[in-house]
Design a binder for this molecule. Structure first.
Ligand SMILES: [Zn+2]
Length: 206
């Protein structure tokens, strides 16, 4: 792609670094921005910059939050004895949308994946285990996608919790293997949380 302007080329390059955005789409977006009022581009730039500079993660569940303790963790109506373990914030949003879960979450920040060089120490597993050892937790619900990485992560955490007397379950799969949680419809996902199965059973099935 030949550009008549370095500034244009640079903006297109940066835009094309986003997932799913090729050079052509990037060019279309950049030209679109140029047609918009100056203020609109400034608002976008400021929003992105503030997001990076000011974003915080909940000190308890690691969900993205504007304050130290996220709204869910700070809500006294939530049941702190049940923790739903998820991969990222999109899963929290998907499960919250079902309105079926009243416990708390723990956001791992990924899954154990030797292929991608992601080990337990790269995730928030240690923080989950120490939370579990504090005694308030009675049940852990694994809600990771049922891929090999998800299963490995579940099993690793399950092993870490052995002997603590915490019951572990996995969400029931009306969802086919490999589907990501965020794509499940709300009714199916809500039902799969209510119909969760003991983790030991899920291991025998697989
Ligand atoms: Zn939180």
């Amino acid at each position: 792609m030949e550009f008549s302007s370095k500034l244009l080329e640079n903006a297109v390059y940066e835009m094309s670094q986003l997932p799913g955005i090729g050079k052509r789409t990037a060019l279309r977006l950049v030209l679109h921005l140029l047609k918009q009022p100056d203020q609109q581009t400034k608002r976008l730039a400021t929003a992105l910059q503030r997001l990076r500079e000011e974003i915080k993660f909940c000190t308890s569940c690691h969900n993205i939050s504007d304050v130290a303790l996220c709204e869910i963790c700070a809500n006294p109506k939530r049941d702190e004895s049940v923790i739903c373990v998820v991969e990222d914030i999109r899963d929290v949003m998907a499960i919250e949308n079902t309105g079926q879960f009243t416990g708390l979450y723990h956001v791992l920040g990924g899954k154990i994946s030797p292929m991608e060089g992601i080990g337990p120490q790269d995730l928030t597993i240690a923080s989950l285990v120490s939370k579990a050892k504090n005694g308030a937790v009675k049940e852990l619900i694994f809600a990771l996608s049922s891929t090999m990485e998800g299963d490995t992560t579940n099993f690793y955490i399950y092993k870490q919790l052995e002997g603590l007397g915490i019951s572990t379950s996995t969400i029931a799969r009306g969802i086919s293997v490999g589907d990501e949680l965020e794509y499940a419809d709300e009714v199916t996902l809500g039902r799969s949380i209510l119909n969760r199965v003991p983790f030991e059973n899920s291991m025998k099935m697989s």
